[in-house]
Design a protein around this ligand. Structure first.
Ligand SMILES: Nc1ncnc2c1ncn2[C@@H]1O[C@H](COP(=O)(O)OP(=O)(O)OP(=O)(O)O)[C@@H](O)[C@H]1O
Ligand SMILES: O=C(O)c1ccc[n+]([C@@H]2O[C@H](COP(=O)([O-])O)[C@@H](O)[C@H]2O)c1
Length: 211
């Protein structure tokens, strides 16, 4: 039985924050493979800034040559009303590729906080009951405090595993987009190939650098 992790994100664009997160998860928790699972442009709760195709191409460039990381494109083909992690994880478990394996949803502590707040997440109890999670520290959020204060999270406490190392939190897709928009060149926040792709396709309002 293999241990597989799934990191869902818009990857708009993929950042070294995402990449360091999956690397930490892979080694610290002994995953056989980690799947990057991009959300599609029909997501109702989040606007994407470039097409599905561009976001997927950038993920491909970022993980090229790293056989333990793969793309899982299930959410790109799902109708908008089905794009909920609860549904996605159920579908993944039914797929031949993953049947009988040990599946985990991976996330940063900001999402744990969102789940606890109960605002954005659907099927909270079933999501927690049916799935296992690895949560990595982020923004100095106290993950244990969040679990301790939430009745449902306490009920399914054994479904959670944690990583205490904190990947640089200043790295986020929105920071990178903002920097491009104001004419900056945040080239070291993503792999060089991804930066070149953004430059080539003039994404996120890319402005050429002056000599
Ligand atoms: N620097 C980071 N450290 C830890 N987890 C991260 C980091 N960046 C992203 N993640 C995690 O990756 C998943 C996808 O997050 P998402 O792509 O929305 O993050 P983001 O880069 O902060 O995006 P945005 O800035 O557009 O909100 C989430 O579980 C998030 O917590
Ligand atoms: O299932 C939900 O209701 C739900 C609500 C918010 C976010 N998610 C998932 O969490 C992952 C990261 O979300 P985000 O908003 O940080 O891009 C991504 O896979 C989303 O589909 C899922």
């Amino acid at each position: 039985m293999a241990k597989y992790g799934f990191l869902g994100s818009a990857f708009d664009p993929i950042t070294t924050g995402h990449l360091n997160t999956i690397q930490e998860m892979l080694e610290r928790k002994g995953f056989d493979k980690i799947f990057l699972m991009p959300s599609n442009n029909h997501r109702k709760d989040k606007d994407m800034h470039v097409s599905d195709e561009h976001r997927v191409n950038m993920i491909k460039l970022a993980i090229e040559g790293h056989s333990k990381f793969e793309i899982e494109d299930i959410e790109l083909h799902q109708s908008p009303w089905n794009i909920q992690t609860y549904n996605t994880m159920r579908k993944l478990r039914e797929m031949e590729k993953y049947k009988g394996h040990d599946l985990y949803f991976l996330m940063g502590a900001d999402l744990l906080r969102d789940i606890a707040s109960g605002e954005k997440w659907s099927h909270k109890e079933d999501l927690l009951k049916e799935n296992k999670f690895v949560v990595i520290r982020r923004e100095n959020i106290d993950m244990h405090e969040i679990i301790a204060k939430d009745k449902l999270l306490r009920k399914y406490e054994e479904h959670f595993d944690f990583i205490y190392w904190q990947v640089d939190n200043n790295i986020s897709s929105s920071y990178i987009r903002d920097e491009f928009e104001i004419g900056h060149h945040p080239k070291f926040y993503m792999p060089e190939k991804v930066y070149k792709y953004i430059e080539e396709h003039q994404l996120y309002g890319f402005v050429p650098e002056k000599d």
